[in-house]
Design a protein around this ligand. Structure first.
Ligand SMILES: Cc1ncc(COP(=O)(O)O)c(C=O)c1O
Length: 361
């Protein structure tokens, strides 16, 4: 028997939302299953991406372009950067261990918010770096505490804006102040997975800071509003030398042919983005009222999901909803044992969720 290295044994794997297929298999459920567990787009895939992907399927006997030339050109044009400033990943999570492997070792630390997106922790552990966790304040990043947590050996800071799973954001004024104080030799990774959903004028666009020359890496994904979670596609934008280092560490052909084509087409699907935003805003209003009526504590969200606190072990609520064919997400792994993170669905899905909750509670 071969034994794994100690650091590998210590890694606690990520537990994704349950796939519909798994729930059907486990519970032998009949009828429609609603998945509100992974913040996917309830409207489905971008129609423009779908059309492009169907064509691309006919060429899967050929390897993809290892450099993602056309997709990087497209993204570069959109964001007014060079393609050398862009790394594409098999989902944005793929880029996280590239960052930690490039910049962290056992002698370095990374600062993260405890209870924010779990993959930052895993990526730090993969690189055997030291993890410095800072508690949230009112379910938000506590930026001044994060600044205080910086040590001489700190190389990275991870910020999801908004935070998954609480849905809270830091404002432009807060980030302005933060960047004034972060030492220049620390790379700040700002993960804007839910960027396309946000219209608040106080939302700090990470690109603005990148363009001001800050030491920042912006992460974005196609898994949310574009409806491409299943094909896995995300990207990072940073200074050329940072991207060059990440490119060295990735596996060849990390982004498949179909995803590359989809990413180019989806970026122009303004109609799908508009519809996604609209349905999300309508869903927010409906669900806020409904949660209020049910007497539940929830956090107003900047994403496409809502953090709902049941003030008791949420596993019970999770299982009761699941037996009615509705999959939500427990966030025990994030140290919120009493809360569920529930994706905002279509109008019909949201109504079914609330009806089910009324029965369950
Ligand atoms: C903050 C955050 N970053 C990254 C991701 C993962 O994105 P991807 O599907 O591109 O790997 C998620 C997904 O839930 C997320 O919430």
């Amino acid at each position: 028997m071969i034994e794994a290295r100690d650091y590998v044994k210590k890694i606690r794997p990520y537990k994704p939302g349950k796939p519909i297929e798994e729930v059907v298999r486990e519970l032998n459920l009949k009828g429609e299953i609603i998945k509100l567990a992974s913040n996917e787009n309830p409207l489905g895939i971008s129609p423009l991406a779908l059309k492009a992907m169907k064509k691309a399927v006919e060429e899967v006997h050929l390897y993809p372009d290892d450099n993602c030339y056309y997709l990087r050109e497209k993204l570069a044009g959109r964001f007014h950067v060079d393609s050398e400033n862009i790394v594409v990943g098999n989902g944005s999570v793929e880029i996280l261990p590239l960052i930690t492997l490039a910049y962290l070792g056992p002698e370095n630390s990374a600062v993260v918010t405890a209870g924010s997106f779990i993959w930052y922790k895993i990526a730090v552990n993969i690189a055997q770096g030291e993890l410095v966790e800072v508690p949230m304040k009112n379910y938000r990043h506590d930026l001044s505490a994060m600044l205080k947590a910086i040590k001489k050996n700190t190389k990275l800071i991870f910020l999801d804006n908004p935070i998954n799973p609480t849905g809270t954001m830091v404002t432009r004024a807060e980030i302005d102040e933060f960047f004034k104080q972060v030492p220049d030799d620390i790379l700040v990774v700002v993960d804007e997975a839910y960027y396309e959903y946000i219209e608040d004028p106080n939302y700090p666009h990470a690109f603005d800071y990148y363009k001001k020359g800050k030491n920042i890496l912006v992460l974005r994904t196609y898994s949310k509003i574009y409806g491409l979670a299943g094909t896995r596609l995300g990207y990072g934008v940073a200074k050329e030398e940072i991207i060059a280092n990440l490119m060295k560490l990735r596996v060849s052909f990390n982004v498949n042919r179909i995803s590359q084509i989809a990413g180019i087409a989806a970026l122009d699907d303004y109609e799908h983005i508009k519809r996604g935003r609209h349905i999300n805003e309508a869903g927010k209003k409906f669900l806020y009222d409904a949660y209020k009526d049910l007497g539940l504590f929830y956090l107003p969200t900047y994403g496409n999901f809502i953090f709902v606190d049941f003030k008791k072990d949420s596993q019970i609520v999770f299982e009761a909803l699941q037996s009615k064919g509705i999959i939500t997400r427990t966030i025990k792994q994030y140290d919120f044992p009493n809360a569920l993170r529930i994706t905002i669905g279509t109008e019909e899905q949201n109504k079914k969720l609330i009806n089910a909750l009324e029965e369950v509670l």
